[in-house]
Design a protein. Sequence first.
Lengths: 309, 259
Amino acid sequence: MTSLRPQFAETISRIGNIDSDLFVVVGDISHGLLSEFRENHPSRYRNIGICEPAMISVSAGLNAAGFNPVIHTIAPFLIERSFEQIKLDFGYQKFNCNLISVGSSFDYVKLGCSHHSYIDVALIASIEDSKVFIPGSKNEFDTLFTDNYQSSGVKYFRLTENGHGFDGLTNDAVAGKNIVVRQGTEITIVTLGPSLRTAMAVSDMLEKDGISVEVIYVHSFKPFDANSILESVSKTGALVSISQLSTVGGLGSLCVNAISGKVLFDYLNFEIDSFIRGYGELEDLQNRANHSPEHIFSKIVTTFELRKP
Amino acid sequence: MLLNNELRLKIVNLATGAGEGHIPSSFSIVDLIDHVYGNVLRIEKNQANDLKRDYFILSKGHGALALYVVLNKYGFLSDEDLNSYGQRDSNLGGHPDRVSTDFVEASTGSLGHGFPFAVGIALGNQVRNYGNRVIALLGDGECHEGSVWEAANIAANQGLNNLVAIVDWNESAMQLMPIDMMAEKWESFGWDVIVIDGHSKSGLNYAFDLELLDGKTKPYAVIAKNIKGRGVPFLEGHGVWHHKIPNAHELEQIMEALR
């Protein structure tokens, strides 16, 4: 499966050559990958050390001094460990930065829960004037970063090691605009970034059972395209959310909040509400999280059987 | 000899009027901040957003009143704004906020933020080769925060000779987790260190000799042996006065001591 990291390196390198304000700060990861940027612009690259909270505050200082910081390390250390520094030094102080995490929710399948992060997206989305992007393909990252890295506020780009593989369906990503990747009439499945793979497998199974599914793909968590959800659920009356974010402040609640009071609908949510312990392959962790396509499919079928008169 | 009776009187009056303020903490650092603005920083009144200005960052944000009265003294904050302190609709509250007030360089209040932020400004200025000075003031209690030492390491590793950290060593930390050998700690993190009396003109002149500052090859820590509440004996030290507002009688006693 595709890692988005090489695209990060390529995009940064390309922009770094034309934008002398771009300053890359890493927390002791990806220096091999970022070698092109580092060699071309040594004064604007720092491997700051293993000290994420100070790395964030120092980067706020870099922005105060006129640079546009790109801050990069593994999701839980970048966001969860350093959250108050992000909230105050960037959010409260109204400074700008680009946070680029790796590891997604549980890409580090062999390293355990210390390297997993489910709540990072909700945390950054809670900050005033922030933007949150969860690209699932290289092209999405390249486009979203290029279009948004100079805008105000905290921009969070959450990279995955496991791209969704439906790249042809998600080209031309635009902030705040969802993509309808499959049209249908009976159920709306909303999914996010790498979870598109699961959502497509589930919708294939449902279609085979004769259930017509609309799949809406989200790469832009904030700003969020509420209209596309409302339009689809108004038609189907059923909302299913599939993501690897925390149930608290995840994709499901985002969709529900966006359309509540406007339409009546049935609702099923597949997100993360506990540590996904243990090791193995991505599939093993997805199974433990009850996120296998088979499980999601049967849960949907059961629910919708119950709903039929 | 007490250096800044006038500024201390203003601090007490503002705190009393607003019913908010950390008076002893502000008394501990007002001489330092006054010296820095009066003798060290190069800022003009049209430079609020000029990247080449010198910077002062109050990392221990609860000493905000000391910063406000000094900004006012040097013309960076109007009398009207200063006198609005703590009132509804004022820009000035118990902790400083850069977004609402020009020449306030950082929005602090949570400890362990302003200092690493200052390290970033110094790093950016070093890369741009601006030659400006970045001075951060933090408390010895604040030195309990891990981010302070992360940033101290970073500053030394990056060779930030344009950076000064002033530690208001008034022994607040003594109450809970004493930090012994403050000077040795900063030295061991790769900083040039000096220990002075932060309430004496000669100590301040000695620490902030401009030739000395500009000749640094490392970041520079000024450990100021200060007295919390300095200037009014019954406010000195640690205890109830940390965040207390004087009543009319106590206010009279404080004014008396400062006259």
